[in-house]
Ligand binder design. Structure first.
Ligand code: NAP
Length: 395
């Protein structure tokens, strides 16, 4: 008997994770069919994806980009229907004909579509870490109530997921500690005082991973790891004290779980996002990802170290925000998005990203967010405070 193809929506299809997802899908035409794609600005990339995958819908975030795409599709004789805006993105994430959704939009803009897919009970492949950092309990509750299957795509969380037993009801009594590995990014060997003059190009040149610009800067500050600590707390139901971060510059061990009997299970592999994407697409099966295999005979050493709090002051904000009032992680995320954008636009020095985050956390007092509207309001006020702080620290 033939298994029906999984119909997949890829949100953020023109980004780093989106492109890797389509690469894995293209390797398995008998298993997957692209139902819809979404992007923000890259019209030509979207056109090429429509030509290759013939999705039913292509959604652009704004009207001018949607219009341009529609014209180009028409000229090319392609039948994909073009839609526009955040409501349309939510619609392709929750459409009744969709089986699986890859959530690979960057930033808090991904929260609404993730909630829509969760509410509709989809198989939700979660790359957009901000959805969990901003949405927290509300997001996890929506996943439970909607009956969605949540599959982590961040390589660290996929590693933890793969190291845990399949039945989540056993996790609480078995997990002693979750150990997230971090490469340390491009500035691992620098001194804290030497980071004032680093450029966006230097910050985005990650030694092991090829990623979008926002997450690359977050890796350089280790705010990425801070966001992952918050993600792990929600995904695996552990307390902040049960999460530890270790520096592992080789990026071979993607993360580990220490169990109550003191044994540790880790997942290893080459640093290639197509591995966790293939895991998410096929789980509980395994399929070819296209990634290179590890060659243990060529591996000189695997090292592990404690992170330097003076070099990476942002990392500790994860535990601070998790212990503070509900909504604090959403404030931290908004502040960091604003600060990173200001750095990428050369309006803020790299070593002042942390100062903007700290000041925003001190300025904005969150009230417990009970709905998406509450979260969006909190996100907006944190962005306003962070923009003001970024202006002041730019001076
Ligand atoms: N890259 C990685 O290796 C990696 C690993 C783990 C987790 N993640 C997480 O996965 C997510 C995506 O990361 P990425 O590196 O793939 O980012 P990216 O390369 O910057 O791609 C982001 C995608 O989102 C679209 N987009 C941007 N702003 C949008 C908006 N306001 N509304 C709708 N779509 C929007 C972009 O469209 P255009 O390109 O057309 O403008 C692009 O398709 C992030 O949350 C990141 O933290 C990434």
């Amino acid at each position: 008997m033939n298994t029906p193809k999984q119909r997949v929506t890829v949100l953020g299809s023109t980004g780093s994770v989106g492109v890797s997802t389509l690469d894995v899908i293209a390797r398995h035409p008998e298993r997957f069919e692209v139902f819809a794609l979404s992007a923000a600005t890259k019209v030509d990339e979207m056109l090429a994806q429509c030509a290759q995958f013939s999705p039913r819908f292509a959604v652009m975030a704004s009207a001018p980009h949607a219009q341009l795409l529609a014209e180009k599709l028409k000229q090319s004789g392609l039948k994909t229907r073009v839609l526009m805006g955040s409501d349309a993105i939510e619609n392709i994430a929750s459409h009744e004909d969709v089986d699986a959704v890859m959530a690979a939009i960057v930033g808090a803009a991904g929260l609404g579509p993730c909630l829509a897919a969760a509410r509709a009970g989809k198989r939700l492949l979660l790359a957009n870490k901000e959805a969990l950092v901003v949405g927290g309990e509300l997001f996890m509750r929506t996943v439970r109530e909607g009956g969605a299957t949540l599959l982590p795509i961040d390589s660290e969380h996929s590693a933890i997921f793969q190291s845990l037993p399949e039945d989540p009801s056993t996790w609480a009594r078995r997990i002693d500690k979750i150990i997230l590995t971090a490469s340390g990014g491009p500035f691992l060997t620098r001194s804290p005082g030497s980071l004032g003059a680093v450029t966006p190009e230097q910050a985005c040149a990650h030694p092991n991973w090829v990623m979008g610009r926002k997450i690359s800067v977050d890796s350089a500050t280790m705010m990425n790891k801070a966001l992952e600590v918050i993600e792990a707390r929600h995904l695996f139901g552990v307390s902040p004290e049960q999460i530890e971060v270790v520096i592992h510059p080789q990026s071979v061990v993607h993360s580990m779980v220490q169990f109550t009997d003191a044994s540790v299970i880790a997942q290893l592999g080459t640093p290639d996002m197509r591995v966790p994407i293939a895991v998410g697409l096929a789980w509980p099966e395994r399929i070819e990802s296209g990634a290179a295999r590890l060659d243990f005979r060529q591996m000189a050493s695997l090292t592990f170290d404690a992170p330097d709090a003076a070099l990476f002051p942002g990392l500790g904000l994860a535990w601070h925000a998790l212990r503070a009032a509900p909504g604090t992680t959403a404030v931290l995320n908004a502040a960091n998005e604003v600060a990173v954008e200001a750095f990428l636009d050369r309006r803020l020095r790299f070593d002042r990203i942390h100062a903007v985050n700290m000041e925003t956390l001190e300025t904005v007092a969150p009230s417990k967010p009970a709905s998406l509207a509450d979260l969006l309001a909190l996100d907006a006020s944190a962005r306003a405070a962070a923009n003001a702080a970024a202006l002041r620290f730019a001076a």
